[in-house]
Design a protein around this ligand. Structure first.
Ligand code: FE
Length: 219
């Protein structure tokens, strides 16, 4: 069992940094001083993951799969090169596996060991993905976990849990929502949420009428 870290939450020595942040800062200073890292390169990397890499990349992959059966087939048989067709790839996405939701099967992704996550398609993982309760309960009680995320599936739907590792990282291809036949690939991508690609959510739906959509309200 891990010990309780709660007592670490208060501030030390008048610093605004948590102990982990202070250690990271100390390491960064040391590595910079020794010439092992370039702070500008580090800033660029953080900027990349905070602003440029994110679930919008995975959403493009899903939308393409929804409109292009050939791409969908390539994605499901060998995901990494298929994703690379869209110019998406990189560290943490070398061995991607995409699993498809159907009316019979719902897929849920977890990393029970730590927090392995397909960064190039989903960006940085949400806090709950890395937290022990999700990692443990996703396997023991996936249906209960899904209910807490507001996802209720028919009892007949089988739930398959995929355990990501450093070598293999999973992404869920959600089912295309009903009533989206007329949507463009770009509009479809806008319906695809991060959680839908982890399996803890479902894609958004199209508003039943323009009046239901705040985007359509007169200014
Ligand atoms: Fe992990």
């Amino acid at each position: 069992m891990s010990h309780d870290h709660a007592h670490h939450d208060h501030q030390h020595h008048g610093s605004d940094l948590s102990p982990v942040e202070a250690r990271v800062r100390a390491l960064e200073s040391l590595l910079t001083e020794k010439g092992y890292i370039d702070p500008a390169a580090l800033d660029a990397l953080v900027e990349l993951y905070e602003t440029k890499v994110g679930p919008h990349a995975g959403a493009r992959v899903v939308a393409r799969a929804w409109v292009d059966p050939g791409f969908r087939a390539r994605l499901l048989s060998d995901a990494t090169p298929a994703i690379a067709e869209l110019g998406i790839g990189g560290r943490g996405g070398e061995h991607m596996v995409v699993v498809e939701n159907t009316s019979e099967t719902h897929n849920l992704v977890v990393c029970t060991l730590c927090s392995c996550y397909p960064w190039p398609v989903l960006g940085l993982p949400p806090v709950w993905y890395k937290a022990p309760p999700y990692r443990a309960r996703a396997v023991i009680d996936p249906r209960g976990v899904l209910a807490e995320f507001g996802v209720r599936l028919p009892d007949t739907t089988r739930i398959v849990v995929w355990d990501s590792t450093a070598e293999t990282r999973y992404m869920v291809l959600p089912m295309r929502p009903a009533g989206t036949e007329g949507l463009s690939e770009e509009d479809l991508a806008a319906l695809v949420t991060r959680d839908a690609m982890i399996g803890t959510g479902l894609p958004g739906s199209v508003p039943a009428s323009p009046l239901d959509s705040p985007l359509e309200m007169p200014a």
